[in-house]
Ligand binder design. Structure first.
Ligand SMILES: [Zn+2]
Length: 381
């Protein structure tokens, strides 16, 4: 596969083997001591070890930081900043999924900024400004889901309360993305399916979200088309590089498109992750059908456009049927109850979902009764 370059919204080098450009990319920018941020599992994989060897052989001094796992929390960022400073790192390489990316961005922010990470929480009164240059950040995504590599925000939870805080600044956008489908080859089918459903949900919800953003709309529709072509194959044949590449592109497109906004699927999913620690992509996958059935009365035409993009019957019902078939084919359970989500937590889920900002831009406004009905329609146990 040829390696392509495009600069939107940052420089992306895309294609099989793109990871091999890392030593040159760092050296050209004058970066000698990269902090290599990855989670514990990725750190054990051959390509991570290979990267350390190759960087060292090129005369660079990589410093590994892989004390991460699960959803990102502030203590991981604090530890990463300490390593960055003690080892006098001069740049950051994020190798991993959304969690590693988010931690890497937050380390980049706090490497040269004073105070506490949460002083920079988006929308907080007296929020501290992100007004200093950040160390250069290179992202090598190993999942196709969150699209965090093209995003300008980082979501980090408080260790004690698990409350998620959003840090936002255009300076958090990586300077370079090396998008290499070969890095996704070993991803297990269940993670491929769940992360892929997150990418799909970003594209679908961005397209349906309220607001005028024809550029995001165009990207979102093409992202849905790519998921339609490539997600089943990525799950069934993990070494299909064309399918992996298609999903890697779709995930970045979802990440760009949701600048416009998301919707009620994400509000319900965020509550499921808070209460049950469910994987974010799986939570979206479990909610999206009920959410689209709720939305279809106000966005039937748009859902029909998405149905056309994936080759389904060109109606809202056609798109919803396609979603159900896709989920069945890639092994997503049909009911919330199947993953242990039970009615005794229903009111807590509703209370969290209603305070989540995503549904504010949903095409159909949601009351607490609507949210309760959505969880019930999604098969709460
Ligand atoms: Zn998401």
């Amino acid at each position: 596969m040829t390696i392509h370059e495009f600069c939107f919204p940052t420089t992306v080098r895309f294609g099989s083997g793109a990871r091999h450009e890392l030593p040159t990319a760092l050296s050209q920018r004058g970066w000698q001591r990269p902090l290599l941020v990855s989670d514990r599992q990725v750190a054990q994989l051959p390509f991570c070890q290979e990267m350390v060897t190759v960087l060292t052989a090129a005369g660079l001094k990589p410093i590994q930081f892989s004390d991460l796992g699960g959803n990102p929390v502030k203590s991981q960022v604090v530890a990463g900043v300490a390593t960055f400073q003690q080892q006098q790192a001069d740049s950051i390489v994020a190798l991993g999924g959304g969690a590693a990316l988010d931690v890497a961005k937050a380390i980049a922010l706090m490497a040269h900024h004073p105070g506490d990470l949460f002083d920079y929480e988006d929308g907080k009164p007296l929020v501290r400004p992100v007004d200093r240059p950040l160390p250069g950040l290179v992202a090598l995504p190993t999942t196709a889901g969150t699209g965090s590599e093209v995003g300008r925000s980082s979501v980090i939870a408080d260790d004690a309360t698990q409350a998620k805080k959003i840090i936002f600044s255009p300076r958090l956008l990586p300077a370079l993305i090396l998008a290499d489908p070969e890095l996704l080859v070993g991803l297990p089918p269940a993670i491929t399916a769940a992360t892929g459903m997150d990418a799909l949900t970003h594209c679908v919800e961005a397209y349906l979200a309220q607001g005028f953003h024809p550029m995001c709309d165009g990207i979102a529709v093409e992202g849905v088309r790519l998921v339609g072509r490539h997600l089943r194959r990525s799950v069934a044949q993990g070494d299909d590089l064309e399918a992996r590449g298609g999903m890697l592109a779709a995930a970045m497109m979802g990440g760009v498109a949701f600048q416009k906004g998301l919707g009620v699927t994400h509000s319900c999913a965020h509550a499921l992750s808070t209460v049950y620690d469910l994987h974010h992509g799986l939570a979206n996958a479990l909610m999206i059908t009920a959410a689209m059935e709720f939305n279809q009365v106000v966005v039937a035409e748009k859902l029909a456009t998405l149905a056309t993009a994936v080759g389904a019957t060109p109606t809202a019902a056609g798109f919803i049927d396609w979603l159900e078939a896709l989920k069945a084919d890639i092994g997503i359970p049909t009911q919330l109850g199947a993953v242990g989500v039970m009615a005794e937590q229903l009111e807590r889920l509703v209370a969290i979902a209603v305070t989540d900002g995503c549904h504010q831009l949903n095409p159909r406004s949601c009351t607490t009764d609507d949210l309760r009905a959505l969880y019930q329609a999604a098969g709460i146990g």
